[in-house]
Design a protein around this ligand. Sequence first.
Ligand SMILES: Nc1ncnc2c1ncn2[C@@H]1O[C@H](COP(=O)(O)OP(=O)(O)OP(=O)(O)O)[C@@H](O)[C@H]1O
Length: 272
Amino acid sequence: MSSPPARFDSAPARDVIIGVRDLVVGFGDKIVMKGLNLDIYRGEILGFVGPSGQGKSVLTRTILGLVPKRSGTIEVFGEDVDGMTMTRRRQIEQRWGVLFQQGALFSALTVKQNIQMPMREHLNLSERLLDEFARLKIEMVGLKPDAADKLPSELSGGMIKRAALARSLALDPEILFLDEPTSGLDPIGAGEFDELVATLKQTLGLTVFMVTHDLDSLYTACDRIAALGDGQIIAQGPIEAMLASDHPWLRSYFHGKRARAIVPQGGRHAAA
Ligand SMILES: Nc1ncnc2c1ncn2[C@@H]1O[C@H](COP(=O)(O)OP(=O)(O)OP(=O)(O)O)[C@@H](O)[C@H]1O
């Protein structure tokens, strides 16, 4: 199965923070990635779309080293992940933050304790500094200070997302992986979350890889979009490139009934 060349766009060379080449991933007889190529550039918010079950989460998990690949290469921060020592791998892991679809906070721990988990695992900090850093992260994601001592069960869906985001920022990552961050949020909450991610990108210089089905996020938060289909990238570029594509799935996704419900000025859907 042929794949697009290593660089697809005519833009000047940019700093590739993650480079995926000829990636093949499968489970038993089922091949999910069929020679996929993708670059994630430093400082961008890349939206990753595609039909359900095509492998968006699998790609994320493969990059993160949670799913083994059959072949191909993955370079993270310019280094091939194959052959990395465990120590190096752990150093790399400190440079990314992950927000899984369900938020995945530990239910028995308070927000503060959740945020401090990665810090305790990777850093050697005093309790005073741990508290100070957790307080900072809580403020960064727009939660009130009293959220620190709450359990996840005491939080709304939007607050859980923010708390999980705060935890993913615990180690001051360079890149954030967000798996459907606005799913389950009402349109206003989703819009606020997108704004927060865009602000964090600006202020912290973050790179963001965001798996999403949320058209509004693609319009309002993403600098670039990559679309997955049949185990490969079928299109990538700014929203205009998606709108101009004549690929059948992209046409129905970006020009279908739901897409037409978007307020032209970039407002969110009337209904989620
Ligand atoms: N651990 C696994 N074992 C076997 N098959 C798996 C495993 N993980 C994922 N798959 C399969 O890989 C395919 C891609 O799944 P994935 O969750 O990545 O899709 P997706 O594009 O993220 O879907 P959605 O948009 O619905 O979240 C699916 O057919 C899924 O059943």
